[in-house]
Design a protein around this ligand. Structure first.
Ligand code: HEM
Length: 143
């Protein structure tokens, strides 16, 4: 097989720039010690209430939209709503990516980034409830 083409000067510069950018991102989003996926799995076995609610709820889009801060972030994946807050510091893709989907349906971005990840299994202890449509408003009655 012939060797790969040597990049021209411009191509090389672009490659180095992309590499530096990737390293910067990795450093910025490095997980703190004790925050690996194994640590997350262990945390889930501790019997803590990670969902932050007592019962499984029916969540409307407007209720979902009220949970947008890092301290209180809900998102929906494949029709199921999860409390993201406990997972922020464990997410290998960084906290900012999770915050992007807080308060809304994150399925599209989730699938775009890693469709192979089993969100149901990883976030089972953070399951808040099912996304349901807004209740229909009663029409005012004519006299
Ligand atoms: C609760 C939902 C989520 C869970 C459980 C989750 C879990 C994970 C896991 C386990 C990885 C590591 C994958 C690997 O090493 O192969 C990862 C990486 C990543 N995640 Fe997520 N994720 C979630 C939501 C999201 C969302 C909504 C986005 C985008 C907005 C996102 C973007 C990314 C990116 C870009 C990476 C790659 C990081 C890298 O390789 O440097 N994730 N996520």
């Amino acid at each position: 097989m012939p060797p790969p083409p040597v990049p021209t000067n411009g191509g090389l510069r672009a490659a180095v720039k992309a590499q530096k950018k990737a390293i910067k991102r990795q450093l910025r989003e490095a997980l703190a010690p004790g925050h690996s996926q194994m640590d997350w799995a262990i945390l889930k076995t501790k019997g803590l209430n990670l969902r932050g609610t007592e019962n499984i709820l029916r969540v409307t889009p407007s209720t979902l939209a009220a949970h947008t801060t890092k301290e209180d972030a809900w998102s929906c994946f494949f029709g199921k709503v999860y409390n993201l807050t406990p997972y922020f510091s464990y997410h290998p893709g960084g906290e900012r990516k999770l915050l992007r989907v807080a308060g809304k349906d994150g399925t599209r971005l989730f699938v775009h980034s890693h469709e192979w990840i089993n969100v149901e299994a990883m976030m089972d202890e953070c399951f808040v409830g099912y996304l349901v449509p807004e209740p229909e408003r009663a029409e005012p009655e004519d006299d």
